[in-house]
Design a binder for this molecule. Structure first.
Ligand SMILES: [Ca+2]
Length: 363
């Protein structure tokens, strides 16, 4: 499921501005790949109409020929004729999708700016409410998938504002556009085939299969490949509906983390403070040490108090590191941190998820 486009891209059509100032690129949801600043989104809206001739959008004749080849491939993959007819009816490349795909981040945010945009107090409050509202389901998911509910709610909140913003594009049409476009056509063609398979399995209709401009779907913003691998029909109605069933969506998110190696005995990590003489060569995701060892190096919690006494390992990272002595805020991260990075490769994203989970105040 993971993909690694080169650049940060827009997320959720900019409804929830999300920018990655590190070089990380998200893996689970393309929607997260976009640098997101509301003003830039508005600019995109305003200029979309001028992009009918944007790069990558071929002539109608060429597109129709190409679509016939795609249909043939889908038939060979076992997709039914009725699914193809329904899903690909009146389909045309969407100029705005190409434009959003081409968008380059115009500036980067500090971690502090990113966190204040991604997890403002209003979202923290809503997360606490959603956690309380769904406590029974979350406890069930924790037993079944071994993931603390607060992390599931944090991902839900950051990905789709708890299911309120799942994207406004036809997933099939967006994926057709990107598969037809030359830049990452191999990847998107596979995702298009996956999306057709989901339709063929009748989990959702083409009309209801909406998502981000890049095909990230539903309350978890899963790409179709993630859906096929990890999505769950938790409410037992025979369909996996990550769009309308928060039960299915939250179970799917929990299953994803479980399969990615989540350890329910650990949290994600924490911000720390380092002594002035700290040797930055000790830092790095691949250089974990026991907390007792970090204690000896003078590492403390951000408020200056001692680290936990648990016998676990963590690694020091500098997610804002710009090189040449500009290291930014230090974090001590545990084994679950790289699990969040499997969902989305951005350190900033993973820290936002962790910080939001912290504030949900689970025990
Ligand atoms: Ca279901």
């Amino acid at each position: 499921m993971p993909i690694a486009p080169r650049n940060p891209l827009w997320h959720n059509q900019g409804v929830f501005p999300t920018v990655f100032s590190d070089s990380a690129t998200p893996m689970n949801t393309l929607s997260f790949l976009l640098a997101a600043v509301l003003s830039l989104t508005l600019f995109a809206e305003a200029t979309a109409q001028t992009t009918a001739g944007a790069p990558g959008i071929g002539t109608v004749g060429k597109f129709e020929q190409w679509l016939e080849v795609v249909k043939e491939e889908a038939r060979e993959n076992g997709i039914s004729e009725s699914t193809l007819r329904h899903a690909l009816k009146n389909i045309k490349p969407i100029a705005r999708v190409i434009e959003l795909d081409r968008k380059q981040p115009e500036f980067t945010l500090t971690l502090g700016q990113y966190l204040s945009r991604t997890i403002p107090p209003s979202r923290v409050k809503k997360a606490q409410l959603k956690f309380a509202e769904n406590r029974e389901l979350l406890e069930e998911l924790q037993r079944k998938y071994q993931v603390q509910g607060r992390f599931i709610v944090a991902l839900w909140g950051i990905e789709s504002d708890f299911g309120n913003h799942t994207g406004g594009f036809s997933v099939i049409n967006a994926l057709v556009t990107l598969a037809h476009d030359g830049r990452r056509s191999t990847y998107f063609r596979k995702e298009l085939m996956n999306a057709l398979e989901i339709l063929d399995q009748e989990h959702v209709t083409p009309e209801d299969m909406v998502g981000s401009w890049a095909g990230a779907m539903g309350q978890t913003q899963f790409m179709p490949s993630s859906f096929l691998k990890h999505a769950i029909d938790h409410d037992g109605d025979g369909r996996i509906d990550i769009w309308n069933s928060s039960s299915d969506a939250l179970a799917s998110g929990a299953n994803y983390l479980h399969k990615a190696g989540w350890n329910p005995d650990l949290t994600w990590g924490r911000e720390v403070s380092l002594p002035e003489e700290f040797d930055v060569a000790l830092a790095g995701k691949d250089k974990p040490r026991y907390l007792s060892s970090w204690d000896q190096y003078g590492v403390r919690r951000a408020d200056g108090s001692p680290l936990p006494k648990r016998v676990i390992k963590g690694a020091i990272i500098f997610p804002e590191k710009k090189g040449k002595g500009a290291f930014g805020r230090p974090f001590l991260v545990y084994d679950n941190f790289p699990v969040i990075l499997k969902w989305n490769r951005s350190n900033f994203f993973a820290i936002a998820v962790g910080r939001l989970a912290d504030q949900i105040n689970d025990r």
